[in-house]
Design a protein. Structure first.
Length: 175
């Protein structure tokens, strides 16, 4: 079956496109809408949007790959984004990344084989006074901040999260 928006998302797409003077101007919000619908922005999703917006596929690809807010691969049930801006970097943000990589057995930009965790680096998450920190976006849309992190507190958190993640659907199952 060819890729298509759900009925509700199609209505949102039509309304969104009608607000802009041309389809190029609607591309960023259309990419966000598609990512919300499909969980990530695959090449198939980019081609679908190019066709729907009557744009060159290269325009969609260049936009989707320029912005880090678009996920170009499926995410785990918990998308861990570790802040590495100045305060967090100075207070141990990179050490937290190294610890997570070792504990989860993945590198930045990767997802664990069981689909539970995706690890990413993030620009400032506006919690400089509680560095180092990360945010987790869960597959149900919930976002939580975890602050004043240490390797030990990260281990405790991951032990708790493993139980929570068993109950959550995979991101692609949400739509």
């Amino acid at each position: 079956m060819a890729l298509q928006f759900s009925e509700e998302t199609e209505k949102q797409f039509q309304e969104l496109v009608s607000r802009y003077p041309n389809t190029q101007a609607a591309l960023l919000p259309a990419l966000l809408l598609a990512q919300s619908e499909f969980g990530w922005v695959s090449v198939e999703v980019m081609d679908y949007l190019a066709e729907r917006l009557e744009l060159n596929p290269a325009q969609v690809l260049s936009t989707a790959t320029f912005y880090t807010m678009f996920n170009k691969q499926p995410l785990g049930k918990a998308h861990i984004q570790v802040c590495t801006t100045l305060s967090c970097a100075l207070c141990g943000g990179y050490e937290i990344i190294e610890h997570l990589e070792e504990r989860l057995g993945i590198r930045l930009g990767e997802t664990t084989p069981d689909g539970k965790y995706t690890l990413a680096e993030a620009e400032c998450l506006a919690s400089c006074g509680t560095a180092p920190m990360f945010q987790i976006t869960f597959s149900d849309g919930e976002i939580e901040y975890y602050e004043n992190l240490t390797p030990d507190s990260v281990d405790e958190l991951l032990d708790e999260l493993d139980k929570k993640l068993e109950q959550l659907p995979a991101p692609a199952e949400m739509h």
